[in-house]
Structures are given as structure tokens and as C-alpha cells.
Design a protein around this ligand. Structure first.
Ligand code: MEV
Length: 320
């Protein structure tokens, strides 16, 4: 038996602008997807557990297609990522069990964590030599393939390397201290592909307006690095607030996201709050004041968000 786990992530700064080449900064969080691989002669089976869903079973037919045994759409989506890894490595005769603490379809990197942990567990189990760099590159290729061409390398890089990662021309891990953040989830699912397309369409209509916004977002992503390094949290919070305003300007904010942002900044006394990921739904991140996590959680919960604390800068993939 071989087991591996990989973390989820949040984008701290730079979403959408990164699609047009501006830098973005993301970090691994202490919610993990775990994958266990065991020998199963004559069969290949995928089990998806947790994900806040009912227990579900899948098997793979001889062409590598996932055969669902009566389960939810979210669990079926997770099984598609696992199946893509199984096909890429040409593996059979195994049972793969996936469990995850990362909320799905929320922009928290659940699918990347599952792909990275599956690659790590399966390659180790089969004696295939793959280092972390190879896992990150292959996971990015697989995630993009399943998502039909969509996906920045941010999620898979963070699931593989952990810590903090800056994306601009390439993927650069950055050494920064951990932070406690409060995540607030709206119950509105989001569609990353649709949001990216909408923003890019806005950019093609108003390049002289949207390009300077992307440039400003890029400046924020760069300025955030020394702020985190020196733990200048008030300034970091101010950068989060400006970045949220710029994301609203390009149309990816929603009433539900803004309600959580303003609840966190108001009653929650957060130093800053912004949406994270593609927007249109999904989650916000808030930077609580010193010793005030609970206050921020309560304010977000009262605004009908699901709130929890995460620690940033966590370990990347590990094989146990
Ligand atoms: C989505 O999590 C982040 C976006 O910038 C899209 C991407 O970078 O692929 C909106």
C-alpha cells in the first residue's frame, strides 16, 4: 500500500491579470487531498470519499472510462482526474482511494491536489521515477487536458511544491512566512472558464481601460511579497482591498462575494478581504487582525458564508 497527500491553495493576488501575463501570488493551505493505492489483481477501481459528499464507488472499463456506481457529479468529476492519471501512467490492477478535505468547485485547488497526490502515490507504488518537478509538470498537463485546455500552472505547482508560488513568465517558489487567513465560501458555484472568457472579452473591447487594471494588479502582487516577508499585515490588508476593488471593476464580483468581504472588513474587523480565484461565485479570503480569527469567522457566518481558518505556506506533496 502506498499513500500520498497534497494541499489545496488560495490565490492571494493576481487572478485574471495573470492570464494576460501579469504576476500572481498563491499559497498552499492546510487542507489536503489524500490518495491511497493498493494492489487489486484483475481490476482497476477508484473510490472517492469525503469531499463533503456521500461515499461513492467507481470502476474503470477497459478503455479507461469511468463507470459510476451511483454517485454525485462532484465525485464523478474527481474520478475523471484520477482516471486521467491512471491512463497517463498506463497502470492497472490497483484500487485507488481518494479522500479530501478541500471543498470542491470553490477555487481552492481541489482537482490539482487530487491529480498531484494520485501521480505521487501511483508512481511510487509502481516504482516509476518521478521527482517533484516532473510531478508538477505532468499534473499541469493532465489537469489542462481534463479541463479541455484551461488551467494556469498555479494550482498544480502549489499542490506539488507547497509554500508560496509566484507566476509570471514561469513558476517561481518564494520563501515567505505562514499566515492565518479566514476563508469564506458563498454557496454559489463558479465557472472559471466562463469568468476568464468574460474578462478577456472585456479586455478586447476596452484594452486601454483593462490593461492598466491588469498592470495595477501585477504591481500589487509584487508589492505583497516584501509585505508578507516583513509581516506588515496592515499594508497587506490594504493591498487585498485594492485588489478586490480592481476585480470588481473587471466584473467578476457578485453580491454574495461582496457581502462576505464587507462583513469580514466590518463586524469581522479584518485587515483586508478580497475574492479569491475566478470570481462569479466561490470564496473570499480575509486577513484577520491579531487574535481576531473568531470575530472574522462569526461575521462571515452571519452573512451566510461558510467560514474557516487556514494556514498558508504549507507543505507540498508528501508520500507517506
Ligand atoms: C482561477 O483560479 C484563476 C484565474 O486567474 C484563471 C487562471 O489563472 O487560469 C482566473
Amino acid at each position: 500500500m502506498t499513500a500520498a497527500s497534497a494541499p489545496g491553495k488560495v490565490i492571494l493576488f493576481g487572478e485574471h491579470a495573470v492570464v494576460s501575463g501579469a504576476p500572481a501570488l498563491g499559497t498552499a493551505i492546510d487542507l489536503r487531498a489524500r490518495v491511497m493505492v493498493e494492489d487489486l489483481p484483475g481490476k482497476t477501481e477508484i473510490n472517492i470519499q469525503g469531499l463533503g459528499l456521500r461515499l461513492s464507488g467507481f470502476s474503470i472499463d477497459s478503455d479507461g472510462r469511468v463507470v459510476s456506481l451511483g454517485s454525485s457529479e462532484e465525485a464523478a468529476a474527481a474520478a475523471r482526474y484520477v482516471s486521467a492519471v491512471v491512463r497517463t501512467l498506463g497502470v492497472s490492477d490497483v484500487r485507488i482511494t481518494v479522500s479530501s478535505e478541500i471543498p470542491v468547485a470553490s477555487g481552492l485547488g481541489s482537482s490539482a491536489a487530487i491529480v498531484v497526490a494520485t501521480l505521487a502515490a501511483l508512481s511510487r507504488h509502481m516504482g516509476i521515477d518521478m521527482d517533484i518537478r516532473g510531478i508538477a509538470a505532468e499534473a499541469h498537463r493532465i489537469e489542462k487536458m481534463v479541463q479541455m485546455g484551461l488551467g494556469s500552472p498555479m494550482d498544480t505547482a502549489l499542490a506539488a511544491y507547497g509554500g508560496y508560488v509566484q507566476i509570471s513568465d514561469g513558476v517561481t517558489p518564494v520563501e515567505l512566512p505562514p499566515l492565518d487567513l479566514v476563508i469564506g465560501c458563498t454557496s454559489v458555484p463558479h465557472d472559471t472558464r466562463a469568468e476568464v472568457a468574460r474578462v478577456q472579452e472585456l479586455r478586447s473591447r476596452y484594452p486601454e481601460i483593462v490593461d492598466p487594471i491588469f498592470k495595477a494588479i501585477g504591481v500589487i502582487s509584487r508589492k505583497a511579497v516584501p509585505c508578507i516577508k516583513r509581516m506588515e499585515l496592515e499594508e497587506l490588508g490594504a493591498l487585498m482591498n485594492i485588489n478586490h476593488g480592481l476585480l470588481e471593476a473587471i466584473g467578476v464580483g457578485t453580491r454574495e462575494l461582496s457581502e462576505l468581504v464587507y462583513a469580514a472588513r466590518g463586524a469581522g474587523m479584518a485587515l483586508g478581504a478580497k475574492l479569491t480565484g475566478a470570481g462569479g461565485g466561490g470564496c473570499i479570503i480575509a486577513l484577520p487582525g491579531e487574535g481576531a480569527c473568531l470575530r472574522t469567522i462569526t461575521a462571515i457566518s452571519q452573512a451566510r458564508g461558510r467560514a474557516f481558518v487556514v494556514r498558508t505556506g504549507c507543505d507540498g506533496v508528501t508520500v507517506e
